[in-house]
Design a protein around this ligand. Structure first.
Ligand code: XUL
Ligand code: CO
Length: 440
């Protein structure tokens, strides 16, 4: 049975008026030695695309899907067929899932695992047939009521054990399906009030959980990259994996920094009061940039709206960081994004992905041109040139001290600063965005 009645989407260039075409994503086109498909390892998120009904706190789900008439394991099997069709239509190589996205939970853990085994066998068969790959999987340790107080940071040790069992199962599946990475998003690992929270114990337990997960991965020979996905709030008012900087400090404190990198989500970055680029840069500078959840928030809303990325300014800055990082290694660009409630037709699942893929493809083209021109590099080396020689070089080389710096300052108390022409810099990016694809 066909779930989407659609041929593969083709590149038709920026002047095409066909909504079912790529305007900027041309998979075979080579940009700086790599094809666009190699630069942009896109991934479809099982949860938003196949299980999301588009309900919100004020209204029921509006999504119309060709598998709605099914339920239980029949629906789970239909969704497997449907995702592999969609990957083919979009020419996307990767997908991601939580355990509960692919198979319904059973009456107990044993039955849940049996359901998973049946669906994983089907997924494996489809992967073998099509060559599609699993970017990452993860355990949903937040939706079920047992996780009301969190999972690894729960106040209840029985829940810690249950969460561990679910992650163990997902690591087995990751190994079986040869996942590139394994993700830990904090779910409900956080708190509402410190008045009744032992934050130290919860954080220590979280670290113990990660350590045991890594030990198990090593034991079974799973070589995928472990990723932490920071988010500052929602569902709890304070999530422990707040942002990359606090996540990095946590990993360093517990000696886990060599076992993990970060999966950075654009909408989580903005919830933390950072830009997407800030989070990518912080991770890149610390060799911790692992993968990306490609979406965007709404500038007027203060929660995780998980919109498909369409803002080219943001995708340009993101691709700049990713290119400077020499790509994402085992990572990719996972569309942790869903259509708006008003985009409820099945065709919107295709249109939204085209929008996101084109936004990143255009971002890649612009960022690559800026790097070729050494646009930022020239600005930055001019801005920091006082550190390239004289006393500045001594500071950077660690060959000076406060006494010498005082002598220097006494002789040079008339410091001279220069404007960095910030507005000029920002407007030049507009020029890049507007001209890069027009051959001007
Ligand atoms: C939640 C979120 C998750 C993770 C995977 O905000 O981003 O979907 O990506 O658990
Ligand atoms: Co995410």
């Amino acid at each position: 049975m066909t779930y989407f009645n659609q041929e593969q989407i083709k590149y038709e260039g920026p002047y095409s008026s066909n909504p079912l075409s790529f305007k900027y994503f041309n998979p075979e086109e080579v940009i700086n030695g790599k094809t666009m498909a190699e630069h942009l390892k896109f991934s479809v998120a099982y949860w938003h695309t196949f299980t999301e009904d588009l309900s919100d706190p004020f209204g029921v789900g509006t999504a119309k899907r060709n598998w709605d008439h099914l339920d239980g394991m029949d629906r789970a099997k239909a969704r497997v067929e449907a995702i592999f069709e969609l990957l083919e239509i979009l020419n996307v190589e990767y997908f991601c899932f939580h355990d509960v996205d692919i198979a319904p939970e059973g009456k107990d853990l044993k039955e849940s695992n049996e359901n998973l085994d049946e669906i994983v066998a089907l997924i494996k068969q489809k992967m073998d047939e099509t060559g599609k790959k699993l970017l990452w999987n993860t355990a949903n340790n937040f939706s079920h009521e047992r996780f009301v107080h969190g999972a690894a940071s729960s106040s209840n040790a029985e829940v810690f054990a249950y969460a561990a069992a679910k992650v163990k199962k997902q690591l087995d599946i990751a190994n079986e399906l040869n996942a590139s990475s394994y993700v830990f998003w904090g779910g409900r690992e956080g708190y509402e009030s410190l008045l009744n929270t032992d934050m130290k114990l919860e954080l220590d337990n979280l670290a113990r959980f990660f350590k045991m997960a890594k030990d198990y991965a090593n034991e079974i020979g799973f070589e995928g990259q472990f990723l932490i996905e920071p988010k500052p709030k929602e569902p709890t008012s304070h999530q422990y994996d707040f942002d990359v900087a606090s996540g990095h400090a946590f990993l360093q404190k517990y000696g886990l920094e060599n076992d993990f990198k970060f999966n950075i989500e654009a909408n989580h970055a903005t919830l933390a009061g950072h830009s997407f680029q800030h989070e990518l840069r912080y991770a890149r500078d610390n060799n911790m940039l692992g993968s990306v959840d490609a979406n965007q928030g709404h500038p007027l809303l203060g929660w995780d709206t998980d919109e498909f990325p369409t803002d080219v300014y943001e995708t340009t800055m993101a691709m700049y960081e990713i290119l400077k990082n020499d790509g994402l290694g085992k990572g990719g660009l996972n569309f942790d994004a869903k259509p708006r409630r008003t985009s409820f037709e099945q065709e919107d699942l295709i249109l939204t992905h085209i929008a996101g893929m084109d936004a990143f493809a255009l971002g890649l083209r612009v960022a690559n041109k800026m790097i070729e021109d050494e646009f930022f590099e020239a600005l930055v080396s001019e801005k920091y040139k006082t550190y390239a020689e004289g006393i500045g070089k001594k500071i950077v080389d660690g060959t000076t001290n406060f006494k010498e710096l005082e002598e220097y300052a006494l002789d040079n108390s008339e410091v001279e600063n220069r404007s960095d022409h910030l507005e000029l810099v920002k407007s030049q990016i507009n020029q890049y965005i507007l001209t890069v694809n027009r051959g001007v």
